[in-house]
Write a protein that binds this ligand. Structure first.
Ligand code: PEP
Ligand code: MN
Length: 639
């Protein structure tokens, strides 16, 4: 059962409830969610739920109807983020694990690790104990293999995943492996599940070759019931009558598992298909269906691999797949998970977090708007949610000011929309805050929803409030309702708050679907934007002294040119000579100098920083007032 506790429960009442459940034979697990704290109570005992309901501090009691309890969505509404070293798997991120089927030699695993790392993998896989169909096939290097795997993981900064086949391998695995993989053939090896669960380290549980989803979740339940907290499910195809592929990938298991369980689910397209050429399309399908990640076999020379060569990608194929996933991720409203030190997040984050007095590690990040604003969504995409405190600000200027004052460590502001173009106010603010730098970039898909009064329906609507751009972006939908009055409002999420606090029947708003919940409003219709290819790019800003970004991929600069023929073309020529690829060029009037312009330029960084520095020196010589607004990691490989 799930025991939902009162928000203001006293500690002694809470302990009394825990003790009551324990003495009645239940195992109790406390789960602190975003909105409520619960006790999950599981065990053989049966009890009249009313006995629990009447205890002081209990808000309500919900029976869990599924045979799996700890793994079920009924137990926990929020998605679980599985912690693997500094990474969090799940929740809006796509984690890509890659590596060879088997560890074959030190060189092979090192070479693979650096290639997959370079392409954006965040974890390294490699089998040292191999479950092979034939006893005569290569069985893996055992502990020697684990040693190489760990060495390669450390050299490239990636945690490692490896299969444990038997309970007596627990000790040796402990020294080398970050994530214990339970293979398909062992999914119902209950002794192994119990032993691995008790290790309390992250586990990746593959779906059995002929297991139903329920049997799979019951296997996860074994792990959780024996102590594991961090379980990642891995769909790897099931045995069907189709012989063309090695297995049949059950793509629908992804949304089904998401509905039934809070655990993250990743997909192994390599074992699912058995054929290299099938791996990329199937991997993309898994991402499109909502998978939290992928595990892909990659080998520098797959034709020489000692196991599973035919399904193993060449490093170049993997690189291409990663590009495709990255390009696709905003469509499914996700981002590729990246390793902290090549971050997404600037390197300064760690140092900042450590010195934060209240909650160590918690980052405060300012955004413009109210709870549920698109900027807040961009913020939680960019930063991992369990470590940021979003700080709403009334204006863009206040976001810049809060970063400058140090009230927050970072700010996030929209800079460009794919349909409506640049947000010039923010470009101009960068000039007014010369001590701030761009340290990151994030892109989200804009999906508008019609949001109404609590309990209302679309038939009740008479007036629609929203930001003029949002109204314009939903014109085709609004044409269906010519009688509705359209009322411009300063902010999308603000319009939701306005209609709810004002309480006028017939008022509705257009905003992000996430803006409904904080104000108790009703989502009347989702996805009402005319053009689904609607993306907004955001810049993350920090103070100059905190702006260390490792391995930046893009730079944004601003400059003006002398008023002479060919001045701009000369600047462009210099960049071209250094092979610097320009991504965007835009002119803006210079305040106080009518009919004079400055140019905002985004460019892709060349592979070495010396070339970039030289290009900047050239540009500085040829232009006027060159300023580097920042160098940062690209949000997608548009570079
Ligand atoms: C593996 O991932 O190395 C493996 C053997 O996969 P599965 O257990 O899914 O067959
Ligand atoms: Mn394999």
């Amino acid at each position: 059962m799930v025991v939902v506790l009162n928000r203001s429960i006293r500690t002694d009442d809470k302990e009394r409830i825990r003790e009551f459940l324990q003495t009645r034979g239940f195992k109790v697990r406390e789960i602190v969610g975003e909105e409520e704290t619960i006790f999950g109570a599981v065990g053989h005992a049966s009890i009249d739920l009313r006995e629990v309901e009447v205890l002081a501090g209990v808000e309500r009691v919900i029976p869990i109807t599924k045979p799996y309890k700890l793994a079920s969505r009924e137990m926990k509404r929020d998605d679980t983020l599985v912690r693997v070293a500094q990474l969090r798997v799940g929740g809006g991120r796509i984690a890509v694990i890659a590596g060879p089927c088997s560890v074959e030699s030190r060189e092979q695993v090192m070479e693979t690790a650096s290639a997959v790392r370079e392409s954006g993998a965040v974890m390294l896989r490699g089998g040292a104990f191999k479950p092979r169909t034939s006893p005569y096939a290569f069985q893996g290097l055992g502990e020697e293999g684990l040693r190489y795997l760990k060495e390669a993981g450390e050299a490239t900064g990636m945690p490692v995943v490896s299969e444990i086949m038997a309970t007596d391998q627990v000790e040796v695995m402990r020294d080398y492996v970050d994530v214990l993989q339970i293979g398909a053939r062992n999914m119902q090896n209950f002794d192994l599940l119990k032993r691995v669960g008790a290790e309390t380290r992250p586990v990746m549980l593959k779906r059995g070759i002929a297991a139903t989803i329920e049997e799979w979740l019951m296997a996860a339940e074994y792990l959780l019931a024996h102590g594991a907290e961090d379980v990642i499910l891995c769909e790897r195809g099931i045995r069907t009558f189709e012989p063309y592929t090695r297995n049949s990938l059950d793509i629908s298991s992804i949304p089904v598992v998401k509905k039934l369980s809070h655990l993250p689910i990743i997909v192994d397209p390599s074992h699912a298909t058995g054929l290299r050429e099938q791996v990329p399309p199937v991997a993309l399908a898994a991402v499109a269906a909502g998978a939290d990640g992928l595990m892909v076999e990659v080998h520098p020379r797959p034709e020489q691999a000692l196991s599973d060569g035919p399904q193993t990608l060449f490093p170049q194929q993997f690189e291409r797949l990663m590009r495709d996933i990255e390009a696709m991720s905003p469509v499914v409203e996700k981002e590729l998970l990246q390793l902290p030190h090549t971050a997404q997040r600037p390197a300064a984050v760690a140092a900042k977090g450590a010195s934060a007095p209240a909650e160590a590690g918690a980052l405060e990040v300012a955004f413009q708007g109210q709870r549920g604003a698109y900027s807040e969504m961009a913020l939680s995409r960019y930063f991992q949610h369990d470590e940021v405190v979003p700080r709403p600000s009334s204006t863009f200027r206040n976001v810049f000011q809060a970063v400058l004052d140090g009230t927050v460590q970072y700010g996030i502001v929209p800079i460009e929309n794919s349909l409506t173009g640049s947000v010039h106010e923010n470009y101009d603010l960068f000039l007014q805050f010369p001590d701030l730098r761009i340290v990151g970039e994030s892109m989200i898909r804009i999906r508008h929803s019609l949001i109404g009064q609590p309990g209302s329906t679309i038939g009740d609507v008479r007036r629609v409030y929203s930001h003029p751009q949002a109204l314009a972006q939903c014109s085709r939908f609004l044409e269906n309702y010519p009688d509705w009055q359209q009322i411009p409002f300063y902010d999308t999420a603000g319009s939701v708050e306005h209609i709810v606090t004002d309480g006028q029947p017939g008022d509705a708003a257009i905003a992000n679907v996430d803006a409904a919940h904080p104000y108790g409003a009703e989502v009347l219709q989702e996805d009402i934007e005319t053009n689904p290819q609607n993306y907004t790019r955001f810049f993350v800003l920090a103070r100059q002294e905190d702006a260390t970004v490792e391995a930046p991929q893009k730079a944004s600069v601003v400059f003006s040119t002398p008023d002479t023929p060919g001045a701009l073309s000369k600047c462009m020529q210099l960049l071209s000579e250094r092979s610097v690829n320009m991504k965007k060029l835009e002119s803006r009037p210079i305040p106080g100098k009518p009919w004079h312009y400055m140019f905002y330029l985004d460019m892709e960084l060349p592979p070495d920083m010396e070339t970039f520095d030289a290009a900047l020196e050239d540009l500085d010589r040829e232009s006027e007032g060159l300023r580097v607004l920042g160098t940062y990691r690209a949000s997608t490989r548009t570079v």
